[in-house]
Design a protein around this ligand. Sequence first.
Ligand code: PHE
Length: 451
Amino acid sequence: MENNKKSSFSGRLGYVMAVAGSAVGLGNIWRFPYLAAKYGGGTFLVTYVILALTVGFALLLSETALGRKTRKNPIQAYHQLGAKKLRFGGWLNSIIPMLIVPYYCVVGGWVCKYLYAYLTGAAHKLTQDNYFTQFISDPISPAFWLVVFALLTFIVVIKGVEKGIEKVSKVLMPLLVVMAAFIAVYGLTTPGAIEGLKYYLIPDFSRFSIMTVIAAMGQMFYSLSIGMGILFTYGSYMKKDVDMEKAITQVEIMDTLIAFLAGLMIIPAVFAFSGKGSLNAGASLMFITMPKVFDSLALGHIIGVVFFLLVLFAALTSAISLTECAVATFMEQFHFSRKKAALTSLIGILALGIPTSLGYGLLSWIQPLGMTILDFFDFITNSCMMPISALCTVLLVIKVTGFKTIHDEVASTSAFKREKAYIFSMRYICIPTLIIILLSYILSTFGFITL
Ligand code: PHE
């Protein structure tokens, strides 16, 4: 009876757009281009694609298949599949999104603020020295914009899977591709951009090292939203007649394509503007360098609007997936209605997000492990919990359910052409990869290695 009531995506397209919406986020836009540029351009791209097609595919498929098979949130899915010693893996998968979404919304709020500035003609102000630092250390403004972004997310999630998440993703994701292509083409026409394009695309083996592989691995997990309960949850909303293998392949293609486009959009333009030295990752690229680049372009304020709108769409669909995961957990664990679950999530987001948003100003004295609050949450979720929860899922398949369970779920609707690659990756590649990620993230956070 419960299964009949369970909401679902209307079909493959809805599923693909929603999962791609989750996967395509800030990671694609502010991290991928930087890493690709730093680690040898073409060589990084090839390494990334190989990893996404092997380890990435194996984990995407495992989580989705187990989600669809059980039609449950990760906690109950693990339970139903008979995981005893591994049960904490289900909990980890459910808790991670609850810890990520508050700080993700903080950055989403920054994006809203910048978009607002572009729309109200204040673009030039954004290029002033220290504008960004002043904004994030303001005692009120970052919290205000966090609330704006969190409410946008909430409005979609409360409407439900098909009428909210699917509908919004089906509109925003194609728009996002068109906007990214537009900015990339425009950027490439600026003088000097071709040098940047070469830097991005032509493989430079002298910049290839073991760090290239490690950086590509970490980026891939984050970018595909692996080990964060999302694929279980969205898998549980996938109808039993959808071709799962095809859907997952399309998600991989879309996520990689947009990351690649983001590189085309950012690297040549930044390169032409101020050379490779200003290609930093993270907030400074998006909120300090890009506004300066746009300011130097003819029609730059229009490009700025399109760019921040695009980033907003990318961040919003990712935040939606994180919130939905929390909502599913509340609905299934505590039998909350969707409304109550969504409200509970919103309160949680605000309770954790407001202090996080003020972590550069009023609350900058709070420095867990010597980091800002935002970096701290990012560290514990992405660097510590995610590799462990993904490891639990690999072990769940290998030790508890067996490959046959996955085979039956996938083969019920797909040819399962990549089954051999799947089993090989799960058996031999996933575990060492995840252990390397866990160690390298922890070591790099404490300054023992540089990623
Ligand atoms: N995959 C998203 C990105 O690339 C980030 C994300 C992580 C989204 C976890 C949801 C959950 O930015």
